[in-house]
Write a protein that binds this ligand. Structure first.
Ligand code: OAD
Length: 266
């Protein structure tokens, strides 16, 4: 898929052009009026739960090279080291709980007849908050897959000992996540792009919007005439194309926008 020019009728209201209050009110109004909503989430949504993001200050990729830990080649060369990193992440994640941003997305799912949550996160916090329908683009940290028989199953052991773990068939288990250079599930990806094509509003929450194909999802929606609202601490690759780009924490701004959109007190 190639990028196309953006729809011409975009009114860009960045945080620098409008007060935060106006932007929140505008976002709430658009959300209230939207029939079909997609929310695309990234690591920033879980930051307020205490999980490190990948990029930026304190990010997991700041002093680690992704290709040494998150590629099939790295795993083939040294499965124990890769597993130790995933085991460490599982132990950090196990102590975390969903934050108000996750909960706001559950409310949206319940309120909107057409709502699709698409997540790049593997942490399980959306499910823990109560989201029911999630398209998990990058897999699940709490699942393992056998390299020999291909069986995938939930595994919540923390820690896993010994590492690497093995399947009952004797094959080695790997984390059921998508690594760099690997394909995403075609079915999941198709469902995400279908939802983006139908959406009249896309919320892009706590993602740097640089990892493809996920970053393409709001672009497709824009081409189809949907409104795009971004919430992020910092400007991203998407900010200048979004109709509204809010600077702040998803755990603070999103619950406020959802509350107003769903008829809470102004
Ligand atoms: P990144 O770490 O690239 O980006 C996180 C974004 O969240 C940044 O733009 C931050 O500014 C923003 N952010 C941090 N805290 C926030 C908060 N409280 N509220 C709002 N925004 C906040 O994470 P992703 O975009 O999810 O892939 O990264 C995409 C993929 O790259 C991940 O799924 C992972 C990674 O390598 C794989 O592992 C395959």
């Amino acid at each position: 898929m190639t990028l196309s020019p953006l729809a011409p009728n975009i009114t860009h209201l960045s945080h620098t052009h409008t007060s935060e209050l106006d932007a929140v009110a505008q976002a709430a109004e658009w959300l209230a009026g939207a029939q079909s909503v997609v929310a695309l989430t990234g690591a920033g949504v879980s930051a307020e739960s205490g999980l490190p993001t990948f990029r930026g200050a304190g990010g997991l990729w700041r002093n680690r090279r992704p290709e040494t830990l998150a590629t099939p080649e790295a795993f083939a060369a040294d499965p124990k080291t890769v597993w130790e990193w995933y085991d460490w992440r599982r132990s950090v994640h196990a102590g975390c709980s969903p934050n108000p941003g996750h909960h706001a997305l559950v409310e949206l799912e319940r309120a909107k007849s057409e709502f699709c949550l698409v997540s790049q996160n593997v942490d399980g916090l959306h499910e823990q908050a109560g989201s029911r329908r999630i398209l998990k683009l990058h897999g699940d940290l709490w699942k393992v897959r056998c390299l020999t028989c291909g069986r995938e199953e939930r595994d919540t052991r923390v820690p896993i000992d010994p590492l690497p773990p093995y399947c009952s068939c004797g094959g080695m288990l790997r984390p059921a996540v998508v690594w760099f250079g690997e394909s995403l599930s075609e079915e999941t990806l198709r469902a995400a792009f279908d939802a983006a094509s139908r959406a009249d509003l896309v919320l892009v929450l706590g993602t740097s919007s640089i990892v493809y194909p996920a970053a393409k999802i709001p672009r497709v929606a824009l081409e189809r005439g949907a409104r795009v609202i971004e919430i992020n601490l910092e400007p991203t690759e998407l900010s200048s194309s979004a109709h509204l780009s809010l600077r702040g924490k998803t755990g603070e701004l999103l619950p406020e926008i959802v509350r107003r959109a769903l008829g809470g007190a102004p």
